[in-house]
Ligand binder design. Structure first.
Ligand code: NAP
Length: 291
């Protein structure tokens, strides 16, 4: 059996087109603006900021990167976030993670105006997810749903297993799936430590993996014919070329052999997540009555 690839590209293109269509006729200077706040110089956060800027440029959204020194005090960061909250020209705010250790990133995210919370991480927006509203749900959780919709999944009563229970991926995805009447199981480190991971994942019609451990999921974890959504993004050195490459949490060759459909890494969840960020910015503008 050879699985079909569930590519993110076409889904991302459709989402970006919806952004372009919504903003048709609005001059560039009046278009929504995403302001990213980068504290320090984490290379991963910088890379992500560059790709955000590129994504915004592609669909003619405005983008601004506010770079703050790594030793900024939490108090000064609070002031900066308040200033951005009050700035009518700023439509969406994203605090780039990770922040330096002396700063409580989650607390700072909670200070962003929920209507400008383009990342969907404010407790108010997470609360909306509990109520089944997807407007400003975390980008990756929305991306997973978009990919499953693309695969024309019948959610009703489907056995879904999510590996990973983070606040931005596992938990909100589980809630969005519950709302679609999937039978949802969430596995985490405790499941693995008890040696029960494969026991659960093997039952999954839809297996979603968001852990950050390359190769965690192998053939023995996958039900034949299942849909596998690999969220993991891990940097790995290719033993042959010595070059760094991005791999998922799922052994791709195993998934291709056993599953029915698999998202590639890269080119799956990540590209859709980037497109959702742009759509969320437009949603922020709509919620603020700006478009
Ligand atoms: P996270 O906050 O570190 O969460 C990882 C989760 O995996 C935690 O719930 C953790 O449980 C659990 N876990 C750790 N080891 C495990 C194991 N051996 N077996 C089962 N569960 C285990 O990470 P995240 O932000 O959700 O991201 C997860 C991965 O997705 C990362 O590779 C990240 O780079 C990637 N990601 C990709 C995108 C994208 O757009 N493609 C977006 C977001 C994240 P405990 O907390 O209990 O230890």
């Amino acid at each position: 059996m050879s699985a079909r690839l569930l590519e993110g590209g076409p889904v991302a293109a459709r989402i970006k087109q919806s952004v372009v269509d919504k903003l048709m006729g609005i001059p560039l200077g009046r278009r929504p603006k995403l302001t990213a706040v980068l504290v320090g110089d984490d290379p991963g956060a910088k890379f992500y900021a560059r790709s955000q800027a590129k994504g915004c440029e592609e669909v003619s959204l405005r983008y601004e990167l506010v770079e703050l020194p790594a030793d900024i005090s939490e108090g000064d960061l609070v002031l900066k976030l308040r200033e951005l909250n009050n700035d009518d020209d700023v439509t969406g705010i994203i605090l780039m993670m990770p922040v330096p250790e002396h700063i409580d990133g989650r607390a700072m995210q909670g200070l962003i105006d929920p209507l400008k919370d383009v990342d969907g991480v404010h407790p108010v927006n997470l609360g909306h997810v509990v109520q089944g509203k997807m407007d400003l749900a975390p980008c990756t959780a929305q991306a997973i749903i978009e990919l499953l919709d693309e695969a024309e999944v019948d959610y009703y009563g489907a056995e879904v297993v999510i590996v990973g229970h983070s606040e931005i991926v596992g938990k909100p995805t589980a809630l969005l799936l519950l709302d679609r009447f999937a039978t949802t199981t969430v596995c985490h480190i405790g499941t693995s430590d008890k040696g029960m991971l494969a026991h659960h994942t093997r039952e999954a019609d839809i297996l979603i993996v968001a852990v950050g451990v390359a190769g965690l999921i192998t053939k023995e974890h996958i039900k034949p014919g299942a849909i596998v959504i690999d969220v993991g993004t891990n940097r790995q050195k290719d033993p042959e070329t010595g070059k760094t490459r991005i791999v998922g949490d799922v052994v791709a060759a195993d998934a291709m052999e056993v599953a029915g459909m698999v998202t590639p890494v890269p080119g799956g969840v990540g590209v859709v997540t980037s497109a959702i960020l742009l759509r969320n910015l437009v949603t922020c503008a709509e919620l603020q009555g700006k478009v």
